[in-house]
Each structure stands twice: as structure tokens, then as C-alpha cells.
Design a protein around this ligand. Structure first.
Ligand code: 2YJ
Ligand code: MG
Length: 259
């Protein structure tokens, strides 16, 4: 997965407003409503301790401050520890954190110390973006396309299968595709199939993964991938509704999933 940059995290509140509006228009629910419905939870008095982590490529400017913004936006109490790493962990627990959030270059986790639930950003992100795609009110059928079957895409595909959708998926990695066929029973999709979708969940770290042959006019594309898989000219030509945002939606999903 691509590492976030400080630039990706600028204008989070504006991006959140835009995506909330699109989500409301195409699914009938905003991000908060989608998370509440997805997990059946609502924030209580949980306190979230956010710990900066220096391992690997180190601290990312705007990362922990963005998390604090998101935590508070969704109605939780939160704080960033003064120290990073193990010292920060000790500080977070000592200050009474109920939920610990921290990320290195490989994994970003939320761990609820009270109920022992733990989730990774990959899984929470895959599940929520897939769920958003599947809630498209103007969908022409229960067929849904998943592009990319890495950790994010696989989690989303699994959620869609469990929700009773007809899941088609593609990935250039034949082993990933075969695993999803064997374990989830998805239909392998290849772009010569001439089948078009009204709901697309895209989960790749690449641009231009969506081509004209895959989509119906006025379809919904839901994607956490940076860069965006939908070429802007195709988005315009097919009047695609696009839900895409670098951090907030995945983090909201993490929080609601551990409470
Ligand atoms: O604490 C910090 O500032 C850094 N150690 C944060 C690192 C953030 N990690 C990432 O961006 C990784 N790619 C994993 C998170 C997946 C986000 N979709
Ligand atoms: Mg992408």
C-alpha cells in the first residue's frame, strides 16, 4: 500500500464534506450513518489515545493530527501522546485511553483495550468502501465489480459475498484471484467479458484501472485507492458518482468496528 504524504492529508474537512454529500445522495446515508448501520454501534464515552510511531519511514506530518480531527469529528474524545512509540503507549494507557490508534509503514491499527476488539485499517477500509458501493440506490442489479484483491480488496469482496451480492473481481495477480475464487466463490472478471457494472469497488494503488468497457453510465465508483483508479475523462463521460477520500472514511470504519 502507498504511504500517505502530508499533502494527501490537507483539506480533510473539505474532502469529508464533499464525500458526505455524495454518499448521502447515492446511498441515502452519510458516512456516520453508513458506519452505524454497518457495525450497529455508536460512540459512547470512549477515549482514543493516538501514538506517533517513528519506525521505518518515521513520523508523517499531519498524520496523528488528522486522526485526532477524525476521532473528535465522529464524537469520540481523543489525545495525541507527547512521546512516540513504547513510551507513548505507556503514556496513552496511563492517561486512560480506551482505544489505542497507531500506524507504522505496514499496518495501522485500532485496539479497544476494554472489549479486546482490534482491527486493521486495510480490513476496515475494504469493508466500508465495499459497503458504500453496495448501497447504491440506483443500482441496475446485484452485480458488483471489485478491482484489486489485495488486503483491502479481499476484505471488501468478502463483505460483499456475505451481504449476498453477485461479486465479480479482477486482479493481475493470478494467485490472489484464485484465492478469492476458492475461498469466497467470487466470479473472475476479465475486461473482454463485455459485462458492465453499476457498482464498482476499486482497491488498487494504481491509476487508470477502470476502463469504459467495465462501467454503466451513471454508475457508482467507491475507492480508497490513491491515485484514483478512475480516469477523470471517463468519470465525466459516464457521469460517474465517485466516493474517494484518503483517510477519514477508513478511520471512521475502524472506530465504529471496535466499539
Ligand atoms: O505515526 C506516524 O506518523 C507514522 N508512523 C504513520 C504511518 C502511516 N502508515 C501508512 O500510511 C501505511 N501505508 C499504512 C496505513 C494504511 C492507510 N490506508
Ligand atoms: Mg487506485
Amino acid at each position: 500500500m502507498a504511504l500517505l504524504t502530508p499533502e494527501d492529508l490537507e483539506n480533510l474537512s473539505m474532502q469529508l464534506e464533499e464525500n458526505d454529500e455524495i454518499a448521502r445522495r447515492v446511498t441515502g446515508l452519510d458516512i456516520r450513518g453508513i458506519c452505524e448501520s454497518l457495525y450497529g454501534t455508536e460512540p459512547g464515552s470512549e477515549k482514543v489515545g493516538i501514538i506517533p510511531i517513528t519506525a521505518g519511514n518515521g513520523i508523517i506530518g499531519n498524520f496523528t493530527s488528522s486522526l485526532l480531527y477524525i476521532v473528535e469529528y465522529f464524537g469520540f474524545e481523543g489525545f495525541i501522546t507527547e512521546h512516540p512509540d513504547v513510551t507513548g503507549y505507556y503514556e496513552a494507557v496511563s492517561r486512560g485511553a480506551d482505544i489505542i490508534m497507531m500506524a507504522d509503514d505496514h499496518i495501522f491499527t485500532a485496539h479497544n483495550l476494554r472489549n479486546e476488539k482490534i482491527v486493521s485499517n486495510h480490513v476496515a477500509t475494504g469493508v466500508v468502501y465495499a459497503d458504500i458501493a453496495s448501497r447504491f440506490q440506483e443500482a441496475s442489479s446485484k452485480d458488483i465489480l471489485v478491482i484489486g484483491l489485495g488486503r483491502v480488496g479481499y476484505a471488501g469482496a468478502c463483505h460483499l459475498v456475505n451481504k449476498g451480492f453477485n461479486v465479480y473481481a479482477c486482479d493481475p495477480n493470478k494467485e490472489f484471484l484464485q484465492k478469492a475464487v476458492d475461498e469466497l466463490g467470487i466470479n473472475p472478471y476479465c475486461s473482454d467479458d463485455r459485462k458492465k457494472f453499476s457498482m464498482v469497488f476499486e482497491a488498487t494503488p494504481n491509476a487508470d484501472t477502470i476502463s469504459e468497457g467495465m462501467i454503466e453510465e451513471r454508475c457508482l465508483v467507491s475507492t480508497p485507492g490513491i491515485p484514483c483508479g478512475l480516469p477523470p475523462e471517463i468519470g465525466k463521460k459516464y457521469r460517474v458518482d465517485l466516493v474517494m477520500e484518503p483517510l477519514v472514511i477508513g478511520v471512521a470504519s475502524m472506530l465504529y468496528s471496535v466499539i
